[in-house]
Design a protein around this ligand. Structure first.
Ligand code: PMP
Length: 392
C-alpha cells in the first residue's frame, strides 16, 4: 500500500475520533497579543509565562551572541561545539540551582529522555507519577528499567511501590508543576520517602523554572530541597522565553551525562544566539522577582474570575489553569468559540491528557494587563453562557 494511503487512513481515524490536530500560523512575535490569521488575538495558552520571548534585552543578547560567536555551534559538545558561552550559561545555572554543576540539553525533551536513560537501566526501577510529561515517559521506556507508575501525587501509593519493588537502583521522577494541571508535586514527602527507601529523586521543573522560588529557580528552591533532589531538570523555552534545557546535579552525575546521555552526545550543540539570550534571561529572572509576583497576581485574577462564573477549574490558582470539560468535541468547540471572540486558549486532548479529561488549558503571563484578563474572562463567560443556552 502506498505510504500516503496509510497516512490518509490514519488521519481519517484520528478525525473520526475527534483527535486530529493541525498547525496554526502565528504571524507576529510571541507576546500577549499575536497576529493569528490576520486578526489581533489575546494569547492565553503559551508557556512564555514571564513575557520574555520578545524582551528587548534578550533579543539584543541573541544578536550580540550571533555577532561574536556566529549562528551555529558547528558540532556536538563532545566534538568541537562546546563554546565558552555554553560553559558560562552552565556555571550561571549551577549557581542559580545551588548545584555543583549543570549541563545544557537542546530541549526539555532531550534532557528527560537522555538523562533518565543514562542514569538507570536493566535491573533498576523508576517510580513515575501518572501525569508526568511525555518526555519522561519516553525516557523511562528508553532506559529499559522497570517502570512503576504511581497515581498522581499519591505518596501513600508511592511508598507501597517503593516497599514492594526490589531493584539495584531506584529513581523517583516527577514534574514539579504539572504541565497540563498546574498543580504541584508533594516534593518534601517524596524526598522523605526517597531517603527512607534509598532512592534518587529527579524533578522536572519545566513549568516552575522562572516562576517559583525566591529567585525563580523552581519548586526545589521554594521548598529548600536542593541538597535532597539528585537531579534538577529545567527548561529555557518556557518562562525563560528562549529554547533549550538543563540538568543540574552533583559534578560526577553531570560528567556521566556528558559521557552517556545519547540526546546530548549525538546532537549539535545549542546555537550561540539561543545560549546568549538564555544567559540574559537567567540573569534577568534572578534579579527581578516582581515579574513572578505579577504572574501570581494575574493567575489569581483569572482563577477568581473563572470560579465566579462556575467554570470547572481547580480550587487553587496557578499560572496553568485547566478548565476540564472532559469531552473532546466540546473542548475543541469551546476553544473555537473563544477564538471567535479573540481569545486563544488551545484545547488539550488525549494522548496529551488521559482519556475523558480533555480541557482548555489557559495560561497567564506576567505581562497580561488587567484589561487583557477582563477581556479573557468575558469571552469565557460568553462562551459558557452560549453553551448553556444551547443545551437548555
Ligand atoms: N517537561 C515538561 C513537564 C514539559 O511540559 C515539557 C514541554 N511541554 C518538556 C519537559 C519538554 O520541554 P521542551 O519543550 O523544552 O522540549
Amino acid at each position: 500500500m502506498p505510504i500516503e494511503d496509510v497516512a490518509a487512513e490514519a488521519l481519517r481515524l484520528l478525525e473520526h475520533r475527534g483527535l486530529l490536530r493541525d498547525l496554526r500560523t502565528v504571524s507576529s512575535a510571541t507576546d500577549c497579543w499575536v497576529d493569528l490569521g490576520g486578526r489581533r488575538t489575546l494569547l492565553l495558552c503559551s508557556n512564555n509565562y514571564l513575557g520574555l520571548a520578545n524582551h528587548p534585552t534578550l533579543v539584543a543578547a541573541a544578536a550580540d551572541a550571533a555577532a561574536r560567536w556566529g549562528v551555529g555551534a558547528g558540532a556536538s559538545r563532545l566534538i568541537s561545539g562546546s563554546l565558552a558561552l555554553h560553559h558560562q550559561l552552565e556555571t550561571e545555572i549551577a549557581s542559580w540551582k545551588r548545584a555543583e554543576a549543570a549541563v545544557l540539553f537542546n530541549s526539555g525533551y532531550h534532557a528527560n529522555v537522555g538523562t533518565i536513560a543514562a542514569l538507570v537501566g536493566e535491573g533498576d526501577a523508576i517510580f513515575s507519577d501518572a501525569l508526568n510529561h511525555a518526555s519522561i515517559i519516553d525516557g523511562c521506556r528508553l532506559s529499559r528499567a522497570r517502570v512503576v507508575v504511581y497515581p498522581h501525587n499519591d505518596v501513600n501509593a508511592l511508598e507501597s511501590e517503593l516497599a514492594r519493588v526490589p531493584a539495584r537502583h531506584r529513581l523517583i521522577v516527577t514534574d514539579s508543576v504539572f504541565s497540563m494541571d498546574g498543580d504541584m508535586a508533594p516534593l518534601r514527602e517524596i524526598c522523605e520517602l526517597a531517603e527512607r527507601y534509598d532512592a534518587w529523586v529527579m524533578v522536572d521543573e519545566a513549568h516552575a523554572t522562572g516562576v517559583l522560588g525566591p529567585t525563580g529557580a523552581g519548586l526545589v528552591e521554594q521548598l529548600g530541597l536542593h541538597e535532597r533532589v539528585a537531579v534538577q531538570m529545567g527548561t529555557l523555552g518556557k518562562a525563560l522565553g528562549c529554547f533549550g534545557a538543563f540538568v543540574a546535579a552533583r559534578r560526577d552525575v553531570v560528567r556521566l551525562l556528558v559521557n552517556r546521555a545519547r540526546s546530548l552526545v549525538f546532537t549539535t550543540a545549542l546555537p550561540p544566539p539561543v545560549v546568549g539570550a538564555a544567559l540574559a534571561a537567567v540573569r534577568l529572572v534572578r534579579a527581578e522577582p516582581e515579574r513572578r509576583a505579577r504572574l501570581q497576581a494575574n493567575a489569581q485574577a483569572l482563577h477568581a474570575a473563572l470560579r465566579r462564573m462556575g467554570a470547572p477549574v481547580p480550587a487553587a490558582p496557578s499560572h496553568i489553569l485547566p478548565v476540564v470539560l472532559g469531552n473532546e468535541a466540546r473542548t475543541m468547540e469551546c476553544s473555537a468559540r473563544l477564538l471567535e471572540r479573540g481569545v486563544w486558549v488551545q484545547g488539550i486532548r488525549p494522548p496529551t491528557v488521559p482519556p475523558g479529561t480533555a480541557r482548555l488549558r489557559a495560561t497567564v503571563m506576567a505581562t497580561h494587563s488587567e484589561d487583557d484578563l477582563r477581556f479573557a474572562a468575558s469571552a469565557f463567560a460568553s462562551v459558557f453562557c452560549e453553551e448553556a443556552h444551547e443545551r437548555s
